[in-house]
Design a protein. Structure first.
Length: 430
């Protein structure tokens, strides 16, 4: 099968120009050059390709050097994996003669990878890699649909290389692993499988499903927190993380990570919020990365105790731990705050990360939380510390106490203009 037409319609003009120049250099060096992995899958599915992986049979570092010499930019070599990353710069764009500098759809950097084989010294370990052929390189991959290559050099331009039956599985809508020990070698592949199931509405092939067994779950339970967290980060970036987590629970893949993540113990619907548009209410000055919000929404119904254990297990960065914990605390405490005045809400909520307040609002729709995020947190007295000094007040802890009381009065509507504020200030000074 030849995919030349697909290459031309699903890659941006800039990406094509880039591939053509790399192909010329690969030909000069006598290397076969391939587009591999997810980009080939997406090409066959007729999806737009944004990031692509290039693999050569030969020394990727040589190829990167050759490209660097002709098209400038910067290259970083990664000796352990025999890969090199080429970062393009303005000179590159000029030499490429591409009018739209840094236009969208143009990758700012590119990885050059030598075809390699991988072996696992023990289950769940990082692999030992060795330079090899494209066939070996495809065989080390996760699923057949991700183990295809399109050859790009010389007369082979566009030729599909599919030794493991990826195209047939795309047609059957199957996620199929490449050998029976695949999930024991690398249990993150089980989470990847579920991600593709959700994204493409595919099924896990029956034999592959059988390999999701106790041995693989056991290796999963011992995986590093960082590797696990990364897989969930990616799940939260998918269109429907809630469905994916449900599926993971069904496959008993959450229990090995922590018992309280299993679906029996908490209400997944919280996460469905992630699948709908936030359009109704977004706050420009609060960073709401989908994955951060995903974690907070997922863990929010758990006790602070469990949130702490999971944060440790998954090696959360400090801010994420704090945000997830704060959301759990706030959600639990919310019913006891209902009679609070705006100043009480504000002083309490200010000590929490804003994204936690936002997440709890999305779940509970408590109006005070919204008022706080949109208005209250920005309300400040007009009087400042400088003013107090000018009025002859001794600097000290009394300053912040007075300013706090003025702010509370503004928040609670007890003061509505500067005259009233001044009158209150006079009272507080005595
Ligand atoms: P996405 O669209 O989610 O980026 P992708 O297929 O490009 O999907 P990547 O995670 O970017 O996935 O990885 C690129 C390729 O590397 C995959 O297509 C697959 O061939 C291979 N790969 C990635 N992770 C693994 C893994 N854990 N085990 C084996 N092969 C993997
Ligand atoms: Mg990718």
């Amino acid at each position: 099968m030849n995919l030349a037409d697909q290459l031309e319609s699903f890659l941006t003009a800039e990406s094509l120009a880039l591939i053509r120049l790399i192909r010329t250099e690969a030909e000069r060096l006598g290397f076969s050059l391939y587009l591999v992995g997810g980009s080939v899958r997406d090409l066959l599915l007729g999806r737009q390709i944004n990031d692509f992986d290039l693999t050569v049979e030969g020394d990727a570092a040589h190829l990167a050097e050759a490209v660097l010499r002709k098209y400038a930019g910067k290259v970083v070599f990664h000796a352990r994996f025999g890969t090199a990353t080429w970062t393009l710069d303005d000179t590159t764009f000029k030499r490429l003669n591409i009018p739209l500098l840094g236009s969208s759809g143009f990758p700012p950097f590119l990885d050059f990878i030598s075809a390699r084989s991988e072996t696992y010294s023990q289950p769940g370990a990082l692999p030992t890699v060795k330079r090899s052929t494209i066939d070996d390189d495809l065989f080390r991959r996760d699923f057949s649909i991700n183990a295809m290559a399109v050859r790009l050099d010389g007369k082979y331009w566009g030729q599909l290389h599919d030794p493991l039956g990826g195209q047939a599985d795309l047609e059957r809508k199957w996620i199929r692993h490449l050998h029976a020990r695949s999930f024991v070698d690398d249990p993150t592949r089980m989470l990847r499988a579920v991600r593709y199931v959700g994204r493409f509405e595919f099924e896990i092939e029956p034999g592959t499903l059988d390999s999701i067994n106790e041995e693989a779950r056991d290796v999963l339970s011992r995986l590093s927190g960082e590797r696990l967290r990364h897989e969930f980060d990616l799940i939260f970036e998918e269109p429907n993380p809630s469905a994916l987590l449900h599926r993971l629970a069904e496959l008993d893949l959450l229990k090995p990570i922590h018992l309280s993540l299993h679906h029996g113990n908490f209400q997944l619907p919280y996460l469905e919020i992630l699948s709908v548009e936030f359009g109704e209410f977004t706050i420009p000055d609060i960073m709401t990365f989908k994955r951060t919000l995903g974690w907070i929404l997922w863990l929010m119904p758990l006790s602070e105790f469990d949130v702490d254990i999971i944060s440790k297990r998954l090696d959360f960065p400090a801010l994420l731990t704090r945000s997830a914990r704060a959301a759990s605390t706030l959600l639990n405490a919310l019913p006891s705050f209902v009679a609070w005045r705006p100043s009480q809400w504000t002083f309490y909520l200010e000590a929490l990360p804003s994204i936690s307040v936002y997440a709890v609002y999305l779940v509970r729709k408590e109006a005070a939380l919204r008022e706080y995020l949109v208005h209250w947190r920005k309300i400040k007295p007009t009087v400042t510390g400088d003013d107090l000094k000018k009025r002859g007040l001794e600097p000290g802890p009394r300053y912040s106490e007075i300013l706090r009381q003025l702010r509370a009065a503004w928040l609670d509507g007890e003061v509505q203009n500067e005259n009233e504020e001044l009158r209150l200030l006079e009272k507080l000074e005595n």
